[in-house]
Write a protein that binds this ligand. Structure first.
Ligand SMILES: C[S@@+](CC[C@H](N)C(=O)[O-])C[C@H]1O[C@@H](n2cnc3c(N)ncnc32)[C@H](O)[C@@H]1O
Length: 279
């Protein structure tokens, strides 16, 4: 279990872009931090670990909830994102700790009450081994709650811009085989249940989350610019080397149709909020 592709990816340009756009990404993903924290229901004094914590937005919210008698920590493979997470904690005078490690092989110094994650657990080459390891980080009876995306087809915010860009490609890229590590790897909830139960978790519950996410930017033009910077379209454009101006125009056309009266662009999104217990 090496996870080396993802480790390289998140320490390269992707990590740098997430740092650059961290505030805007946190605004986009804010509803899911709320959904995870509502479900896991942390109490003061608890010890909680955020898996694939990135720039630490969820960890810092958890730190507020567990208070000074508790401890919130984050683990991630991306050094640029962890540097920002540490700076944010320092700026907010929060004692959250951040450690660079592959979560699928990580061991905590003390047993945790809870594990949480916002879109940070879909990147393991061997998810059963990864989740079996994570279970060892919890006290017996400890709990885990994470958010992961439903399928690309259910996530218009990511799918529609991709479809707008596809006709501009010389040939459509082959979709990755189901289960390939990546943002949509946990789209199939039966697969998630199987992974967690094979890894020894119990009381597995999966709740659908459906709603709108508002794309970053005050206008459709700014939202189109953002989609060219980060996410599935940006990756496609970089890999295929297609004409950026044409893609920008296609995205602008599409997003203008979704823009509200304030100019901002809300689009449908769908995630799973997954909970389980360590026996
Ligand atoms: C989509 S980002 C989410 C970041 C953060 N949870 C948030 O909501 O802002 C996915 C994160 O998972 C991290 N990641 C990927 N594979 C990992 C692994 N094996 N162990 C720890 N973190 C990992 C990436 O570095 C990245 O920060």
């Amino acid at each position: 279990m090496s996870n080396s592709d993802q480790i390289d990816y998140w320490n390269g340009k992707a990590g740098e872009k997430w740092v650059l756009h961290a505030e805007r990404l946190d605004a986009l993903l804010a509803p899911f931090a709320g959904a995870v924290l509502d479900r896991v229901a942390l109490i003061e004094g608890e010890h909680v670990l955020d898996i694939g914590c990135g720039a630490g937005a969820l960890t810092l919210k958890a730190a507020d909830q567990v208070g000074t008698t508790g401890q919130a920590s984050g683990v991630d493979v991306s050094e640029p994102l962890l540097a920002l997470a540490r700076k944010r904690a320092e700026d907010r005078h929060l004692s959250a700790r951040f450690e660079r490690a592959d979560a699928s092989q990580y061991r905590t110094r003390t047993e945790m009450d809870a594990l949480i994650s916002r879109f940070g657990v879909m990147f393991f080459d061997d998810p059963v081994a990864g989740f079996a390891n994570l279970k060892q980080c919890l006290k017996p009876g400890g709990r885990m709650t994470f958010a992961c995306w439903q399928s690309l087809a259910e996530n218009d915010w990511a799918r529609a811009p991709l479809e707008a860009a596809l006709p501009l490609l010389p040939a459509p890229p082959a979709p990755p085989p189901p289960g390939t590590p990546g943002p949509f790897a946990f789209a199939d909830q039966d697969r998630v249940v199987k992974i967690l139960s094979d890894a020894g978790w119990s009381d597995i519950e999966i709740e659908p989350w459906r709603g709108n996410v508002t794309l970053p930017g005050d206008t459709a033009e700014e939202a189109a610019g953002f989609m060219l910077e980060i996410g599935p379209v940006a990756r496609l454009v970089a890999e295929a080397g297609i004409n950026m101006a044409l893609v920008r125009a296609a995205l602008f056309d599409l997003l203008s149709q979704h823009a509200g009266s304030d100019g901002r662009v809300p689009m449908p999104a769908a995630a799973w909020i997954v909970s389980a217990k360590a026996q």
